[in-house]
Write a new protein. Structure first.
Lengths: 166, 123
């Protein structure tokens, strides 16, 4: 199985949570599925790379929660943006490398998957439950904004799969 | 003094997340602030020492921060992204990169391109 395929499968597993069945058996199955997902996410959050990512997020929040943190007129990283970034981390596929975390002058928290200056994907949150993303693959650019809940929006998953498929 | 397309603009970095370990620029270094401006300094005609002094005097010291380096980009690369550069003094040699779209994701798209075209000079 290639990494790209595995990233796509991980997202599919999460997105399929919560079926349409109404029977007791279906409900029990759904609960079991939730427990499986929780079980899967525990080792991921305790893994060394993700612990490092969480520590970096804490550091960014501590360093950039005041206006002007960049020496210019940057807006502070708010608690809402920090909390949303924390939640977002739990949705990241475990099969691709953890991103770097960085603050934006707009007050967004950004996560960057970087392979080279022209092979990069950045996603950002600011506490509004809308995820913005932009990618640069060679000379081709793409960007968007997506509301999200329990899984990463498909364009992000597709971009990650493409970023790590070669 | 009008801004020349061939002159270089310095974006002084006091924030370590503005550049990567491989000395490339992160796009957040070129993201606009709430006024939709990216603050830069025109380094044409200055020696290395004078450039660093410009950053220390007008960016790092007023915020009590350490000057870590600078991202350098040629004006024409900025113009190629349908952005513009306007001289805004004081402080001396200060300019703003303007013309940013309203949407954060569109700003980031342009910032990614600027970052890819810029070079980082570590202090």
């Amino acid at each position: 199985m290639t990494t790209a395929l595995a990233i796509g499968n991980f997202r599919g597993l999460r997105a399929s949570r919560g079926g349409t069945g109404v029977s007791a058996a279906s409900e029990a199955l759904d609960k079991l599925f939730v427990r499986v997902l929780e079980h899967l996410s525990i080792p991921a959050m305790q893994s060394e790379p993700l612990r490092g990512l969480l520590a970096n997020l804490d550091e960014v929040y501590a360093r950039c929660s005041q206006p002007g943190w960049d020496g210019y007129d940057a807006m502070p990283i708010t608690e809402a943006a920090y909390e949303e970034a924390l939640e977002l981390i739990t949705l990241f596929p475990t099969l691709c490398p953890p991103p770097d975390v960085s603050p934006d002058p707009s007050g967004h928290v950004s996560f960057e998957w970087y392979r080279s200056p022209r092979k990069v994907l950045v996603i950002s949150v600011n506490g509004t439950r809308v995820l913005t993303f932009a990618r640069l693959f060679g000379s081709r650019k793409m960007s968007g904004a997506e509301p999200y809940d329990r899984s990463l929006p498909q364009p992000i998953v597709d971009s990650l799969a493409r970023l790590y498929s070669q | 003094m009008p801004v020349d397309p061939n002159e270089e603009l310095a974006r002084f970095a006091v924030e370590k997340s503005y550049y990567r370990a491989d000395n490339t620029i992160r796009p957040n270094a070129y993201m606009p602030d709430q006024e939709k401006a990216v603050s830069v300094f025109r380094q044409v005609g200055l020696s290395e020492g004078e450039i660093w002094e410009l950053g220390a005097t007008h960016v790092a010291r007023p915020r009590n921060k350490q000057l870590l380096g600078r991202a350098v980009i040629i004006v024409r690369e900025v113009l190629s992204q349908e952005l513009n550069v306007e001289s805004v003094e004081p402080p001396p040699r200060h300019a703003n990169i303007l013309g940013w779209p309203d949407e954060h994701e569109k700003q980031k798209e342009k910032a990614l391109e600027l970052a890819a075209r810029a070079t980082f000079v570590r202090r």
